[in-house]
Design a protein around this ligand. Sequence first.
Ligand code: 6R9
Length: 659
Amino acid sequence: MSAGETGRSTHLYPPSAEVVKKATISGMAAYQALCREAEQDYTGYWARLAKEHVSWQKPFTQVLDESNAPFYQWFADGRLNVSYNCLDRHVDAGLGGKVALIFEADDGQVTRVTYKDLLGRVARFANGLKARGIRKGDRVLIYMPMSVEGVVAMQACARIGAIHSVVFGGFSAKSVHERIRDAGTVAVITADEQYRGGKNLPLKSVVDESLALGGCDSVRTVIVYRRTGGTCAMVAGRDVPWEEVVAGQPEICEPEWVDAEHPLFLLYTSGSTGQPKGVQHSSGGYLLHAILTTKWTFDLKPDDVFWCTADIGWVTGHTYVAYGPLACGGTQIVFEGVPVYPDAGRFWRMIQDHKVSIFYTAPTAIRSLIKAAETTPAVHPSKYDLSSLRLLGSVGEPINPAAWEWYYEHIGGGRCPIVDTFWQTETGGHMITPLPGVTTLVPGSCTLPFPGIQAAVVDEAGHELEWGKSGILVVTKPWPSMIRTIWGDPERFKKSYFPQDFHGKLYLAGDGASRDAETGYFTITGRIDDVLNISGHRMGTMEIESALVSNPLVAEAAVVGRPDDVTGEAICAFVVLKRARPAAEEAKNIANDLRNWVAKEIGPIAKPKEIRFGDNLPKTRSGKIMRRLLRSLAKGEAITQDVSTLENPQILDQLKQAS
Ligand code: 6R9
């Protein structure tokens, strides 16, 4: 099995009659009817769904406002509250006693939280935020472990109309600092430490370090949830324990009714420049798509136990942990730990123990668990009772057919459809995905657009290509859960996503794709910009390069991706030092130091797997680094490209081997 082996398999997996019969969207005719409805009356289609699935405090009369395109607005004169939709409406409907969250800690301890409990906890914390002067529109940075409190913090922000910006707990102080400053953050919610795989990892001290970097005067409050009880310095007047925030606060908090376009959150993601972008999402349109995709792609039913393994620090943990399943009144797992602790059977044991029926994870996790199962029979999935499963999902990167088949056979027992969901931080929810009761599955293909989504594969000029040809993936019509802007940088929003090459009319996903000549099924071929996908996490090559060159030893650096069996892509850095090229032993030490440096600058996920040193980098006569040559070198491929424009072709030999 190799991650290089991408693309479609030729095996077809039609849905069983049983699955079709029970599915919410049942059969191809039902799917086509929805697509037809959207084609005939695009805004009418979305308006109907928004009325049926979202509870509005004030109904909308406008649907799509294109007057300031590409800053599209949806349901703009409607008012709602996302937290009300996720909590109150279920409690009001008599579901208060239903379990909303099943929290499993790193050490295996399990806590259940009902909808009524969760509403009470969110309301108390929301009141506590208000008591600290946090108001509608304020930006609140959340740097928390996977926890009930993490979800409570997000929901409480939504309840009072504050805009959250969740930062994954693996990001460095410098990354937190950048995000605090970019958003003009007024409060930070964090924990003393987090438990992951039996280790205590710092959180609060990272926040302290980031605030000490300066320019963070906007931050007035730091709320600290005690997770591990580890030592944790508290700054008087600024830092306050979670218990103190909620102490004496009532369990009732009137939701702040906001306009549909009010920003629900910012989520920073990598782009093709060094600076991460604060992707801004709306309240109404985002919520609608979170609900629809949870109901249709995951076919979530009242008795299901849903488990999305993503951390709340990523978009998948926003839409399919913090919002979608709650808005649909579902029961879901929130998992603090990692898939390989205490052993690589953890996921399978948890599916067995909690009778999980819908399981959603990333190809990189599947590939690493395949490896573990092959070498350690005790953690092979066949050792667990996985019969509760009825649906599987994949997200974050292309899933190679071999991993797909293994997932299907060994986890799904050959009976569970796999929804390979293509989407992005910017799209808010699934864009191209199978529906379990509709789609004949083809391993390696994300199949067809979600009903109502208009996706296409085009050439450089924006013309739609014939099926069978590879090109650029675009979305041709605005959709409710689309990115609204990049926080503080509307020009970059326009340039990145609605480029003039396409007359500002097409949404550019940043991925390449092709469509099957017969079925029109989409296969994603990977990013077409300078963004890498490491274990399903986006990393900009420029971000890593800037981190490397900020090290005093480094003169120049170029970063490329190369295929990796487990992580999909791995980071390979070519580095020129200010001093002479180091010899073998010393090169190893310097490479190690640089790896740790990058971990400190950005976070451990950005650590290059390999660093090669050269006297120079391959450059054109105009001084441009020729990355495609570096990509070939990183892969170990022979250079077959034309190198006549190279200023210094002899450098290729030097960079061929890892030093
Ligand atoms: C949800 C999420 C987005 C990028 C996207 C693409 C890749 C995600 C995929 C997939 C092939 C899938 N991607 N899902 N590629 N098949 N099912 O991952 O958001 O972190 O913003 O990443 O991930 O390259 O452009 P995000």
